[in-house]
Design a protein around this ligand. Structure first.
Ligand SMILES: [Zn+2]
Length: 346
């Protein structure tokens, strides 16, 4: 089985995100937000069948761990209360996708974070999504200020109540920023990669996993700049008298394969142990074109993993399937549950 651990509902029916814009505008004007729009099952089917599901079939992948559009989270755009309503809307919509296509999509939730608000406020929505909707993880924004980085690092104790809930529920978080408030930082080209890299460095500087030995984070987009600069990070850890990164972080931190070319995928697999790499494409996402050098879509990441000819079968299986099942502790049971759903197709 090939499990893609990183997909967002970027093709949601347009009234969904249009409502968020109205909600944010209403907040600014000091008036009540309009009622949430009606979205039919047929609209959801259409948005998935011609998009993510079509691509899964074309590329021969089986299941996508699916979450709301990351850039759409916009934690910096509204209050915690408004973000809570928005998170419910987004998570419920992803749940409907998973219910309509139970063999192909497993849910991961957006958290109702807001700048300056304790992450503890996210626990109720996390629990609802895991326990009631059958989701298997969450997306955690390390910078809900959208680029100001005005909050506290991921190792600060203010995050601990959320981590305690994640450990109790046996769910990981993908560390994932949202849109950028500053045009100097292009969202997917700079802000995302900065976020990935900064989060890793925060974890390196701290000692979070001594307190939470079973807490698990996935750093997406190939781990930002980290694998490419692995020597720098090993050296910084050494200078800071931190343990070897293999002991300090690699029991808890994982990287996905969303680097959109063959040499990048090879570097990742060379530098980072196979047990720490999860297959992902972030389809349909940041980069949607065809690479003129190969004639294939940049985000057709399966080709890059298939194309690493020195990668052993056991390692390949870990990257495509085994690691996802290990990191997302509830995945295997939820997959079995969803795939036995009556009427499940494909
Ligand atoms: Zn993403």
């Amino acid at each position: 089985m090939i499990i893609d651990c990183h997909g967002h509902y970027t093709t949601s029916p347009p009234q969904h995100e249009a409502w968020r814009a109205k909600q944010v505008a209403a907040l600014k004007d000091g008036v009540a937000a309009p009622p949430r729009p009606v979205i039919t099952d047929d609209e959801i089917r259409e948005s998935i069948e011609g998009g993510q599901l079509h691509i899964q079939r074309e590329r021969g992948t089986d299941v996508t761990i699916f979450s709301p559009r990351a850039a759409g989270m916009g934690h910096h755009l509204a209050t915690a209360e408004a973000n809570a309503v928005w998170s419910v809307a987004c998570n419920d919509l992803v749940h409907r996708v998973c219910a309509l296509f139970p063999r192909n999509f497993i849910g991961v939730c957006q958290l109702p974070q807001a700048p300056g608000v304790s992450p503890e406020s996210c626990i109720a929505e996390l629990r609802r999504c895991i326990e009631e909707l059958g989701f298997v993880g969450c997306n955690l924004n390390p910078d809900p200020s959208g680029g100001h980085w005005s909050g506290l690092p991921l190792t600060d104790r203010s995050w601990y109540p959320l981590y305690e809930a994640m450990v109790e529920l046996d769910v990981p978080a993908m560390i994932h920023v949202s849109s950028s408030c500053n045009p100097n930082f292009h969202a997917t080209g700079a802000h995302y990669i900065n976020g990935d890299t900064s989060a890793f460095m925060q974890l390196l500087q701290g000692d979070l996993f001594a307190d939470f030995p079973t807490l698990r984070f996935i750093i997406p987009h190939g781990g930002g700049a980290v694998p490419y600069h692995w020597g720098r990070y090993r050296g910084l850890a050494q200078d800071m008298k931190q343990p070897l990164l293999t002991e300090h972080l690699l029991n808890n931190v994982f990287f996905d394969t969303c680097v959109y070319h063959q040499p990048g995928a090879e570097l990742l697999a060379k530098v980072i142990p196979a047990k720490n790499i999860l297959f992902a494409s972030e389809t349909i996402g940041a980069v949607q074109g065809i690479d003129p050098e190969t004639g294939h879509y940049f985000d057709d990441t399966r080709r890059y993993i298939d194309g690493i000819d020195w990668l052993g079968d056991a390692d390949r299986q870990l990257i495509f399937e085994g690691n996802a099942r290990a990191v997302y502790g509830r995945l295997s049971a939820q997959l079995a549950r969803q795939q036995s759903t009556e009427g499940a197709t494909t």
